[in-house]
Every structure is written in structure tokens, then in C-alpha cells.
Design a protein around this ligand. Sequence first.
Ligand code: KIV
Ligand code: ZN
Length: 380
Amino acid sequence: MSREILIFDTTLRDGEQSPGCSMDFNEKMEMADMLDSMGVDIIEAGFPAASEGDFKSVESVASRAKNAIVAGLCRAVEGDIRAVADAVKPAKRGRIHTFISTSPLHRKYKLQKTEDEVLDLIKYSVGLSRQLCDDVEWSAEDATRTEDDYLCKSVETAIASGATTVNIPDTVGYSTPEDYYRMIDMLKNRVPNIDKAVISTHCHNDLGLAVANSIAGVRAGAGQIECTVNGIGERAGNASVEEIVMAFKTRSDVYPFTTNIISEKLFPASQLLSSITGVNVQPNKAIVGANAFAHESGIHQDGILKNVMTYEIMTPESVGQSESNLVLGKHSGRNAFRARLKSLGIELADNALNDAFHKFKALADEKKTITDEDLKKLAS
Ligand code: KIV
Ligand code: ZN
């Protein structure tokens, strides 16, 4: 039996907090439409109290979203909470997402509050949010560096005050899959009212473990994953939606989880975000990078030409990339060379092909990439 996992996309909030990734109003609307149409369950559209522009963006996403729940983020402060409630009012389904730090480090240095004072603020902020909206998410900022007992008490308080989702952020990307599994499992076992709320993951990628941690959280019982397109977000970013969705799809034998995401829209969403922000996706990025379905070595190209499954575990079409790409370079072999010439309408007899292939190898030693124009010249 597979379990459906909610995808909470925070590209427009946590993602926008990445240096160089800010978006103007129209760009946010274009991105929100893409997220809504690709099957994201919850769109976190911004932080309404941060600026008038952010308020307007959240309000407009709330008015135009056809399917997704629209959320706005707020601190445990009355003005922030009311701003989210107003901004998400036009949504078919709106969500207030309120947070406060729970770790000893944050309590002491950032909030300068005692354990009891933070618990009171959880009661107050979640209680007020719940008076204004039926759908309330509460986040324990820096949860993964919080003492177990205090985290249990905080989560229990949030649920008792009306939270319908409890989010357990690995705010600083410090956790490992084993830690994170243990923490979610511990909450499931020790918080008496935990069955009254959905547990959510929110993992940062400082150690490159955001996706692995999120999946570990789901395996331990979480029902929602917070993530972003291309994994953008504070510092090293968040868990990337494309990697999570395709891990579930490709390895359903070990991950019995499904999402509502239309996987064919993953690449178009990645391209749209990258064109809007001007931040390129690294070529070797899983799923959506330019090299994710590219093959350069002769041995791999030969395998791919015989049967794509020799070197591909999913099809490019399944993520919205057009086709596998046999890149011609100095490691390429004769079969791929011949196949590319054929695709350009050029068929050479064996001797001429040998000749052209030697010239191609010599050129490939000098140039990083061989274009179709180079090939036509070689063949002629
Ligand atoms: O990383 C984090 O802790 C957050 C919360 C505000 C959800 O982004
Ligand atoms: Zn975050």
C-alpha cells in the first residue's frame, strides 16, 4: 500500500530568500501558475508582513490558485498573523503558517526567552491563527537542535492550540537521515495528540542531505514535505522537489509513496524558474540539469544506442526533458558519431566514415564541444 505525501512548495518564500533569486510580482504570478498546474498541494507564496509587495503577491496567488492551498508565513506576532489571514482570504483554501524557534541556542541568543515563555507564545500564536483560519501550520524553527523533551512539549502545545500541521525544520541543515528518522519517529511515539496533525519535513541542504533527510522523515511517518524547485532556498537551499518526486517514482519498490506532482512538468518548472531568476541550474543537477540525460563516453553511448536502460534509470520524457543527448566529445565512439551524422541526414561509406571519425577525434582533442556545424564540415 502506498501513502500519498503532500508537496508543500516554498520556492516563492524560502526559495526567494536565496541570494540572487528575488522575483518581481509578475514573475511570482507566472511561477505560482506553474506550481498550481503541476500539482503542488500547498504553495507558500510569501511572508505578507515583510513588505507591501509580499502581501500583494500572496493575496494575488491566493486569488488565482485553482487547486493548491495557498499559505503565507508569519512570526508569532499578532500583526504578522493578521497580515497572513488577510492575504490568504481570497484563496479557495488558505493556510496560516506560523513559526517560532525552539532550540536552546535560539531561545537563549535569538529570542532571549525562557522555555515557558516560548510555550506561551506557541499557545498564543497558534490559537490566534486558528481563530482566523481553519488550516494552521506551526513550525519549530531549529527543531533538529532542540531537546527531545522540549520539542515534544512544544509540538503537543501547538496541536492542542489548533495546529493542523506541525513542521519539524532542519533549519541549519545539520541533521542526518538517521537523526531525522529518529526525531520524527520519537514525536510519533511520544506526543499524545500527534495523530491530530500532519507531520511535515523542512530540510535545508547545508550537508547535501536535504532530500535524503526528507525521505527519512516520510519513512518515519511524516505526511508532508516542504521543498523548492531546483532546491533553491536559504544558503545551500532546500530539498528539491524534482529529486523527491522522481525518487518516489523511480524507486517505488523501496519508497511506497506517491505525490500529486505531474512529473512531466518538473523540467519546464525548473527552466521557468531559472529564466526568471537568471540563476542557472548546475549541469550535473539530478533530474533537471543539462547533463542529467547526456552521455559522452563511447562505451555509454554504445550502450544507449542498443538499449537506453543500460545507462538511464528513468526516461527524459518522464520529467519533461525532450530526449537523451549523446554529446560528441573526445570520449565518444564511432557508433554515436555515425548515429549523429545520420540524424543530420549524412550517411557515409565505411572508408569515408573512418576518415571523418579520425578528424572528429582530432578536433575533439582541441574543442570542448563539437557542434552539428562542425560535424557537417567534417563530413563534407
Ligand atoms: O528553515 C526554517 O526553519 C524555515 C521555517 C521558518 C519554516 O524556513
Ligand atoms: Zn527554511
